[in-house]
Design a protein around this ligand. Structure first.
Ligand code: FAD
Length: 429
């Protein structure tokens, strides 16, 4: 198994349960020793949830899988090996397999926008989320200590690109956090704080039902987020951004949430891909590659309930595909029956912070407190580990009952926070 995200861990859980001991040796190749519950990363930035509480320990959920820490950097179908980098030992190792399941997910997608890769941060992992929190607090400290009005304005301006669920949640939660906490800074006025949310599409939450987008746009307006649609970035420098309409906005903070692209690993197989996602059939098998399965954000899985159009890149799809892949791999070893992957959409939840959320469980559009309750219940259920459930629930209770801690942890240097450093895009061969 390559990848310890929603898809990979779910598949291994299924395999551990379905296969009798001794039926197969299970190995997981992953750069981390945990599954990251990404959906709550904006809450890490807002200081509501502690970073570690979103990391579900592999040791806690898998009992007989051998974990090898490292990145798969290429797959050789002819000799049935995966090359693995940054594991123990200086030279890349080659691991053999009888069945290979590829679930390395996606990485932040950047475009050829000058300065973007150097100056923007992404929001795909814990380090980026923890760094972003530190960075925003640092901007507030610097603005508070500064007398130059132009400098203060630049420090207090935060630009988020992408009004999908990640960017919308982040802008809503961070605007709430920074404007509320500004009162602790003796010389900062909450009205100096400005969050700008950009998207090329004509509405907020373009990938979700329109009713959810309209409700979320209402919450953003209440939180005084400056939403600018039909726009993106033309250039980023260390102290400003230029938008595609020619406007220049002085800022030291650009968060890039404008999309993802499949792991570069998928291209190394030399098999057909669609927009970088490895093509698979409805049993999650890679056609023409015996014993190879792929799923999650990195694979084009046909949704048979929608005439075979590619299934969405969502946690819900990844989790269910994990079960389907586990079942089909087990069947290929002679245990149980293989089945095609069928998706039934249960709806989507978007946590905007406090008691604000939008959700459409089973097609029913909710907002405000009922949506917030559904959203939190859904997250607690989905995180799938009691240790994490209890910690996240405690974080929510603590943040409702006690003041936020405005502290920078300083664990990450700015140069380690760039998108290229965070995604290690340069290791694939
Ligand atoms: C901030 C954020 C918020 C989100 N919120 C939601 C939400 O609210 N609802 C929703 O449905 N979806 C949400 N998503 C999307 C959801 O997280 C993904 O669709 C889902 O994680 C895909 O699962 P996956 O297992 O395919 O990939 P991932 O969960 O990304 O897991 C991939 C795994 O592979 C590992 N890996 C990467 N490269 C390699 C390699 N070369 N070799 C070995 N291992 C590798 C990674 O470390 C990771 O463990 C969100 C995503 C983000 C970033």
């Amino acid at each position: 198994m390559v990848g310890s995200g929603y898809a990979g861990i779910q598949a291994l859980r299924f395999l551990e349960a379905r296969l009798p001991s001794g039926a197969a040796d299970l190995t997981l190749l992953s750069p981390t020793d945990h599954l990251l519950y990404t959906s709550l990363l904006p809450e890490v930035c807002a200081g509501v949830v502690e970073p570690r509480h979103l990391a579900v320990a592999i040791r806690g959920v898998l009992k007989r899988t051998v974990l090898r820490l490292g990145h798969a950097v290429s797959v050789n179908l002819a000799d049935r090996t995966v090359t693995c980098a940054d594991h123990i030992g200086a030279e890349p190792a080659r691991l053999g397999w009888d069945r290979l399941v590829l679930a390395p997910g996606a990485i932040t997608r950047t475009f050829d926008i000058p300065g973007l890769a150097e100056h923007a941060v992404g929001l795909k992992n814990l380090a980026e989320a923890a760094y972003l929190r530190d960075h925003v607090i640092r901007q507030m400290e610097d603005a508070d200590a500064c007398d130059d009005p132009a400098q203060r304005r630049a420090r207090c301006t935060f630009v988020v690109v992408g009004a999908g669920y990640t960017g919308t949640e982040l802008a809503a939660q961070m605007s709430r956090f920074t404007r509320r906490e500004a009162r602790h800074f003796p010389r900062l006025d909450p009205d100096e704080i400005r969050w700008i949310l950009l998207d090329l599409k004509p509405r907020v939450l373009p990938e979700l039902a329109e009713a959810l987008g309209t409700k979320a746009a209402g919450v953003l307006a209440e939180r005084q987020v400056d939403v600018r649609l039909g726009l993106s970035l033309a250039e980023v420098t260390g102290d400003s951004v230029t938008l595609t309409d020619g406007t220049t906005v002085p800022t030291h903070t650009v968060v890039w949430c404008a999309g993802i692209t499949p792991s570069p690993l998928m291209a190394t197989l030399g098999r057909p891909t669609t927009k970088g996602r490895l093509d698979v059939d409805d049993m999650l098998r890679v056609p023409g590659a015996d014993g190879v399965f792929a799923l999650g954000d990195a694979a084009t899985v046909p949704d048979v309930t929608k005439d075979g159009e590619p299934a969405g890149q969502t946690a819900q799809n990844a989790l269910r595909q994990g079960i389907a892949a586990g079942r089909n791999v087990a069947a290929s070893l002679g245990y149980g029956q293989a089945r095609q992957y069928r998706h039934r959409d249960l709806g989507f939840v978007v946590d905007l912070g406090g008691t604000d959320a939008v959700a459409n469980p089973l097609g029913v559009t909710l907002s405000g407190l009922p949506a917030a309750a559904v959203t939190r219940a859904y997250h607690l259920y989905s995180i799938g580990s009691f240790t994490n459930q209890i910690r996240v629930a405690s974080d929510w209770a603590l943040s409702a009952l006690s003041p936020t801690q405005i502290v920078q942890l300083g664990f990450l240097r700015p140069r380690d926070s760039s998108i290229v450093a965070a995604e290690k895009t340069d290791i694939y061969s």
